[in-house]
Design a protein around this ligand. Structure first.
Ligand code: F6R
Length: 364
C-alpha cells in the first residue's frame, strides 16, 4: 500500500534509506569493514574486461558503475543500452564479464543481450531486483538488490540499490584483481555504509524542493548538468522529469555545454546543476557560470560548502548533506527524483502511471 504517501513513487523515494541499508547489509561485512559478495563459480581475478548492458534508469546506474570499475579495479568497461548492443557486432573476448542491470529482470532487450553474450562465452553477472526473474535464473552470478517491489513506473529505489550493489561489486572485483588493499577496502566500506544516513538527510529537503517546483513546472525545456559519476545523474534527472511531468529535458556532461547546447540557453530554460563538493566541483561551477553569463536560470544542487561558494546568482539552491564522492550519486538521486515528482504533481499528471509507459518492457 501507499501508506501515508499520496503516490507509490513518493513512498518508494522515502523507502530509500531503509532499502539501501538492507541491500548494503548483504554486501558488506561491517565488523571487518569488508565487502562480501556471493562467490561465483568462475575466477573473478581472471576477468579482463567488463561489458555493462541495461536500459533506462538501470543503464544510468551502469554508467555510474563504469567510473567505479575503472577507478577501483582498473578493468576496462564498455557500456551500452541493450537495444544498441544487440544490433552492433560487439567484440567479446575470453575473460569478459557482462553485467546486466535490471529492476524487473525481464526487460526483453537486456535479456537478449545477456543471451547473446553467453553464446559468445562471456560470464554473466545480473544485478536484478526480482530474484525469481529470467535474468536472475540465467546469470552465473546473481547480485540481487533488496529494494522490495517497485510499483511506481518511474524507477527510484531500485536505482539507488543498484548503485549500492555495483559499488560493492566494483570493490570486490578490485580486491580479486589485487588492486585493493585492506586499508583502502575499509575506507570504501565505511563510505558506503554512510549512504543510508545521507539519503535520510537528503530527504529532509523534500519541502524546500516542493516549494521551488514551480520554477520548473512552467518550463518547456529543462537542462540537467553534471560531471564524472554525477553526469549520469543529470541524465537520470532529465529522464525522471520527462517521463512523469512530460516536460522536455536533457542531461548533459557539463563540459559539453559549450559544444552546442549552450545555444539553447535563455531565461526560459531552467538549468539544474548537480555539483557536489569534490574534485570536479570547480570545473562544473565554471560551466555553470558560462550558462549564467548567457542569462540562464540555474538551480544549483550542492552541499553547504558548494552553495556558499557558488550559489550566488542562482534562482534556487538545494543543499545536500556533504558526502564522500563515492556515495554522491546515490544521495543526489534523491533531489532529482523529488524535483521530478513535485513538478509532476504541480502539473497534475498521473505520477504512478505515466502515459505510454509500462513498468516492465517485455517487447523488443
Ligand atoms: C525509468 C524507468 C525505465 C526502466 C527501464 C529498464 O524510470 O523505469 O527507464 O529503468 O525500462 O527497466 P528494468 O530495470 O526493469 O530492466
Amino acid at each position: 500500500s501507499k501508506g501515508n504517501h499520496r503516490h507509490y513513487m513518493l513512498k518508494e523515494i522515502y523507502e530509500q534509506p531503509v532499502v539501501v541499508a538492507q541491500t548494503l547489509r548483504s554486501y558488506l561485512r561491517r565488523m571487518e569493514d569488508q565487502v562480501s559478495l556471493p562467490v561465483p563459480d568462475f575466477d573473478l581475478g581472471a576477468i579482463r574486461r567488463v561489458t555493462i548492458v541495461a536500459c533506462g534508469t538501470s543503464y544510468y546506474a551502469g554508467m555510474v558503475a563504469k567510473y567505479w570499475f575503472e577507478q577501483f579495479a582498473r578493468v576496462p568497461v564498455d557500456i551500452d543500452v541493450a537495444s544498441e548492443f544487440r544490433y552492433r557486432a560487439p567484440v567479446m573476448e575470453d575473460g569478459g564479464l557482462m553485467i546486466v542491470i535490471s529492476q524487473s529482470g525481464e526487460t526483453a532487450d537486456t535479456l537478449a543481450a545477456l543471451r547473446h553474450a553467453r553464446s559468445e562465452g562471456q560470464k554473466i553477472a545480473a544485478v536484478v531486483n526480482v530474484p525469481t526473474s529470467t535474468m536472475a535464473r540465467e546469470a552465473d552470478l546473481l547480485l540481487p538488490t533488496h529494494a522490495g517491489p517497485e510499483i511506481g513506473v518511474a524507477s527510484t529505489k531500485a536505482f539507488t540499490c543498484q548503485l549500492a550493489v555495483l559499488a560493492a561489486f566494483a570493490a570486490n572485483l578490485a580486491r580479486a584483481k589485487g588492486r585493493l588493499d585492506g586499508k583502502a577496502e575499509k575506507e570504501l566500506v565505511r563510505h558506503l555504509a554512510e549512504a543510508p544516513a545521507a539519503l535520510n538527510a537528503a530527504l529532509a529537503y523534500d519541502e524546500s524542493i516542493e516549494a521551488m517546483a514551480h520554477l520548473v513546472a512552467g518550463a518547456r525545456d529543462v537542462l540537467y548538468l553534471g560531471r564524472g559519476p554525477d553526469y549520469p545523474l543529470a541524465l537520470e534527472g532529465a529522464l525522471k522529469l520527462k517521463e512523469i511531468s512530460y516536460i522536455h529535458a536533457e542531461g548533459y556532461a557539463a563540459g559539453e555545454m559549450k559544444h552546442g547546447p549552450i545555444a539553447l540557453i535563455d531565461d526560459k530554460v531552467p538549468v539544474i546543476v548537480l555539483a557536489p563538493s569534490g574534485p570536479l566541483f570547480e570545473k562544473t561551477v565554471s560551466n555553470m557560470q558560462e550558462v549564467q553569463a548567457r542569462g540562464g536560470k540555474v538551480v544549483l544542487i550542492s552541499d553547504y560548502d558548494g552553495v556558499q561558494a557558488a550559489g550566488e546568482g542562482c534562482i534556487a539552491t538545494i543543499t545536500m548533506p556533504k558526502v564522500h564522492p563515492l556515495i554522491a550519486p546515490m544521495v543526489y538521486a534523491v533531489p532529482v527524483q523529488l524535483l521530478a515528482y513535485h513538478v509532476a504533481v504541480a502539473k497534475g499528471t498521473d505520477v504512478d502511471q505515466p502515459r505510454n509507459l509500462a513498468k516492465s518492457v517485455t517487447v523488443e
